[in-house]
Write a protein that binds this ligand. Structure first.
Ligand code: HSE
Length: 437
């Protein structure tokens, strides 16, 4: 083992540049804590001539990340390229197969290949660390993998995409359009290169897939996640939620049920009184329900260069101290097959927003259709008129229905019949209400 831990960084975007800054700013303090210096020896990026606000001329430059991973001057590869295939996967595999540890922020790579990469790492005596891949600066991986080893987790849920939470928070607070909020999130460096990954829920789903494996000891199953993004959430939904005592958040949820593990990402109404409802802006939060530890919630910055670089350095410090634990908290060969609980079996309350013709008997007919699906209604609010035409209200009336706890299949069956009714205009909107104490 060399005196200093020699680091090769593949990818010098927002996080890579922030990592160089962090090591420059706090390098002495980190060496003091770990008893060993962290020294960047080599870097790799697509373009050498970009002003990153940091001098990279002192590091060996590689155009090819696999060459960087294989370099004799690199003990640990930090992979910050992103993407679930291509150069990111190639350099991670090159490092692990040579017994070199890898630190990565790449949730997409882990969500797709986590189990096989964990096996490769363990077979070659290398570490694979990924605190930065989920919820930025929040130490959720360490918490689940190490601190909560003595627990059975029943549910994990969280706000794990800063861009979505920033958009929903600003829409609510400032009544700003979805598009303007998204443009600001991109300008501030929160959003992914392709922001549809954020707003479509894929980014949250990648993170959830990793947490599910850690919580339940199962193989990662990204494709089993039920997925809905926030792109259809309107200011009207946010205002209706507010009036009913809820806020709308994009949640990633994994929970143990009688039939298997439910994994879902969707906008959810959360009571304003719940702790997670108070998580605003780019902040992330992850809540865990465990049999011995009880209910915990960790919150903090979930995106941005410095916050993510902080998590990378936490992993590097562990490696510098010689600490290594199994990638998913137990030997990779022992991960159990994932058993999916179908979304139609999901149980909870529902918010339904309908536009109905303003004529006698329509509400009664809708209530009957709900009753025939064995859905009990908690409240029905016939809302103020929201659309005007030539200064006159349209004959359509928005109606908001909140159901008692029921099943997804009952709600879908009822909505199918409601949508087919002549008095219902357009497609009804459905938002799940998350059961929180
Ligand atoms: N685009 C992500 C977010 C960044 O908005 O949270 C970290 O994954």
């Amino acid at each position: 083992m060399s005196q200093v831990l020699r680091i090769g960084i593949a990818g010098l975007g927002t996080v890579g540049s922030a990592l160089l800054h962090l090591l420059e700013d706090n390098g002495d303090e980190i060496a003091d804590k770990t008893g060993r210096g962290l020294s960047v020896t080599a870097v790799c990026a697509r373009n050498r001539n970009v002003d990153r606000g940091v001098d990279v001329s002192g590091y060996t430059w590689f155009d090819d990340p696999v060459g960087l991973a294989e370099s004799d001057d690199v003990d640990v590869l930090v992979e910050l390229i992103g993407g679930d295939e291509g150069p990111a996967r190639a350099c991670v595999e090159a490092a692990l197969s040579r017994g070199k540890s890898v630190v990565t922020a790449n949730k997409a790579l882990l969500a797709k290949h986590g189990a096989s990469l964990a096996k490769l790492a363990e077979a070659n005596g290398a570490g694979l660390s990924y605190e930065a891949a989920v919820a930025g600066a929040i130490p959720i991986i360490k918490t689940l993998r190490e601190a909560l080893s003595g627990n059975r987790v029943s549910r994990i849920f969280g706000i794990m995409n800063g861009t979505c939470n920033y958009i929903l928070t600003r829409m609510e607070a400032e009544k700003i359009s979805f598009a303007d909020c998204l443009a600001d999130a991109q300008r501030l460096g929160y959003a992914e290169a392709d922001p549809t990954f954020d707003i479509g829920g894929h980014d949250t789903a990648h993170k959830l897939a990793i947490l599910t494996s850690l919580c339940f000891g199962t193989e990662i199953s990204f494709d089993s996640i039920y997925l809905e993004g926030i792109d259809k959430i309107t200011l009207a939904d946010i205002e209706a939620a507010d009036q009913l005592g809820y806020r709308i958040k994009l949640l990633g949820v994994a929970q143990q049920t009688e039939t298997g593990i439910e994994q879902r990402v969707h906008p959810a109404m959360v009571p304003k009184t719940a702790a997670i409802a108070g998580i605003d802006g780019v902040t992330n939060a992850v809540a865990i329900e465990a049999d011995k530890a009880g209910s915990l919630m960790l919150s903090g910055p979930g995106a941005g260069g410095a916050a993510t670089a902080s998590a990378v350095v936490g992993d590097l410090a562990d490696l510098a101290r010689g600490q290594r634990v199994p990638v998913f908290g137990k030997p990779a060969e022992g991960l159990q097959p994932y058993v999916r609980a179908g979304m139609r079996l999901h149980e909870g309350g529902y918010y339904l927003a309908l536009e109905i013709a303003d004529k006698p008997g329509v509400l009664a007919r809708i209530a009957t259709l709900m009753a025939e699906a064995e859905i009990s209604l908690q409240s029905v609010v016939q809302h103020r008129e929201i659309e005007q035409e030539n200064g006159k209200p349209l004959r359509a009336q928005p109606v908001i229905i909140i159901t008692h706890e029921t099943t997804e299949s009952a709600v879908r069956a009822a909505l199918e019949r409601i949508e087919a009714d002549d008095s219902v205009l357009g497609t009804p909107k459905m938002i799940r209400i998350e059961k929180l104490s």
